[in-house]
Structure formats: C-alpha cells, structure tokens
Design a protein around this ligand. Sequence first.
Ligand SMILES: *Cc1c(COP(=O)(O)O)cnc(C)c1O
Length: 435
Amino acid sequence: MQLYSTNNKHNIVNLKEAVLNAFPQDKGLYMPTEIPKLDKQFLDHLNQYSFEEIGFQVAARLMGDAIPESELYQLIARAINFKAPLVQLTEQISTLELWHGPTMAFKDFGARFMAELMSYFLRDEDRPTTILVATSGDTGGAVAAGFHKVPGIEVIILYPSGKVSALQEKQLTTWGDNISAIEIDGVFDDCQRLVKTAFIDADLQQQYNFSSANSINIARLIPQSFYYFEGYKQVKDKSRPIVVSVPSGNFGNLTAGLLAAQMGLPIHQFIAATNANDTVPAYLTSGTYTAKPSVPTISNAMDVGNPSNFPRMQALFAGQDESSTWNKLKEFIIGDSYSDTETYQAIKGIQSLHNYEADPHGAVGYLACQDYLKEYSTHQTIFLETAHPGKFEAPMKEALGKVSFPPKLEAFMSGEKVAKSCSKNYTDFKEILLS
Ligand SMILES: *Cc1c(COP(=O)(O)O)cnc(C)c1O
C-alpha cells in the first residue's frame, strides 16, 4: 500500500511510515494512492461473512502487501472483537450501534486497530516506543484502552484539568501498567502544544522514541470503513436506496464511509449531520469553506469548527477545479445541522416513539434521517450511534430524567485515579518526562 500527502501528490510513503509518522512534513494528510474495488462476489454475499472476515477482506484489498495475510487476520480478530449491531426503529430508520467496544464509543475501532498496527510495525525495534497523546476527552480513553498492556509501547496521556467529565477522567487515569496520565493545569490547546514541543525536543529524543496517536492517523480511518459493510449486511430490505447519516465533528467517520463507498459498497448517499458547528453543511450549501471557532453543544464530541479530515473528503472527490469538487461532494453528501433544542427533543422523541435511548450525537443523526425521508420518502436510512448514552449523563438526564449506566462504565467509575499534575509550562512538563 502506498500513500500520498494531500498537500503534495509526489510525497509518497508506505503504510509503516504513514502510521508511525502520521504528520507529513508538508502538513497534509496521508491518503491511499489507489482505492481498490472489492469483488462483486464478496459484495453480493456479505451476509456469508462474519464481521471480522469482512474487516479482513476490506483491509487485505486496501493494504495490499503491507502485512502478510495470516498476520493481518489475527490482528483484526484481536482489534475488532466486539459487534456492531443494526437496530431497526421504523421501517425506514435503523441505527448502527458502534459503542460495543471497551470505552463505549466508536473511537474504539480506530484506536484498537491503530494499536495493533503500530505494535506490528514496531516489533523489531529494540527500543520501547512512547506514544504521547493530548486529549479533550474521548480520544485519550480509547487510545489508552487500545494500547493497554501492548508490549514495547508506553502511553502518556495529557488532559486539561477540570475540562473533562468525571467518567472521561476515569477512562484516562485508571489503567496502570503501560498507561500513565498527566493532568495539565490549562486547556486542550496547552496539552496539544506540550506534545508538539516534546516531539521536536532533542534532549527528550535521547531518552524516548516518540510516536503519535493523533486522530488524523490513517490507521484510525481504515477500520472505520469495516462497519459500513457490516451495517449494510444487516439491512433486510436492500431494494430501497440506502442512505447513511453520520453524526460528525472531525469527519473521520464520514470519510471512512466515503472510502467504503469508493471500494464498491452500494450506499446511495451520505448525510453529514452536525450540531451548531456547521462548517461542512455550510460548505455543501455555498461552495465556500470557512473554518469557524467551535461553539460548545450537548453533542460535545462534534464541537469542531475546522474539521481535520475535510481535505481527505476533497481528495476523494477531487475534480478539475474547486467547483467541480464541490459539485461532486454535494451530489453525494447532504449537509444538515441541528440545535441543542432540537437534539433534546429528538432524544425524547426517540424514547417515546421507539422506546430507544439514543445519545446526543446519535440523536443529531436521527434528526437528519427524519428530514431526509420527508424529501425522499422511498429510501432506507441508517444513523450511526457513535457512543453509549451513559457517557453523556448530564444532557441525557436533562432530556429523559434518567440514563442507563452499563456495568462497563460503572467499572471505570470505581477505578482509582492516578495522574501526575503539571503546569502548562513546557519546562515543568519536560522535567516530568526526564524524571
Ligand atoms: C468523535 C466523535 C464523533 C465525531 O466523529 P468524527 O469522526 O470526528 O466526525 C461523534 N460522536 C462521538 C460520540 C464521538 O466520540
């Protein structure tokens, strides 16, 4: 498999390089040079394959000879060891539950696969690798879960003190073993800055072999394409055009869906469903991309004003000029944005109409399905349920008066927090790393 940088088509690397060194010098994003088509035979008989077999077929075609097939199969079986069930709410609306992994958000797919792939590529290194990751909440937990007890890899998580929820903090600080957490007296941007400075600090390079688990790593995108096939497989009536609504923030999830479609999965259209942070829906309407400062909402994992994967979406639909790219994108992707008030109402409505508890992110996806069906009444819609509602206690209680809290999340709450405290000054942070 070869990858190019979205900022320079001639900057070509192999998968190992792209995974271990996620930031190209030119500040672009890595994308596959070629997107292979899957065999019709496979696509027509998806229901004869298990989820892990589907993952293997898709990955093997995409990744080519980057990893021997027998190793790849084992790697996928370890990483994707939980299900992605499709739950039908009405004849034309279903939800694909992506929260059955260890931290109960879809980020487990990307983080676990990335952890497996990194440890595969690093296994011949004699020096342990240290993954430094800055998190605003969910990503750090999924990365910790993915790398916990992976031999030869240490993970150091930086998070902003007081800016993550109680549950999120537990999911960052209770692992032990090869995972440690540093609580920074600052905001997320401070954490990000400390990580970036450490990466280029020559003193630290003597002692550490750093790598990044940043969300733009291509290793996180690849496994996210698997569950679109798994969801499609479970649709009973495939005679209607199938449309997938993706609650989006940085647009990694939606980009993975576009990848699945370009590999041959017959998805009719996608819906980019956002909260008030509507940069992409606004682009789809106007043809002009304008990044904005993010605004806080109750679907906070989607509070992104300048989605990092947008250049990948453009790359997948690149036309001769900007306006032809826009035309191609808006033909295939419908943009919709919803307020918190609408989201609260949707959570209530889904509960009372369908007896289903959807989290605030999934509820945004549901709203977009409803609106889509008003216009295209014969289609079949699926919204992605990106996290378990128990992760968002406050808005769920506000909407429904209660929320279910599964044992998996209980277990995190009872763990003991272990974290070092640090100011936002680089010298203090460096001292901790050197000690
Ligand atoms: C990260 C996240 C999203 C947004 O996904 P992107 O790939 O960044 O668009 C949506 N919902 C939840 C629960 C998330 O954690």
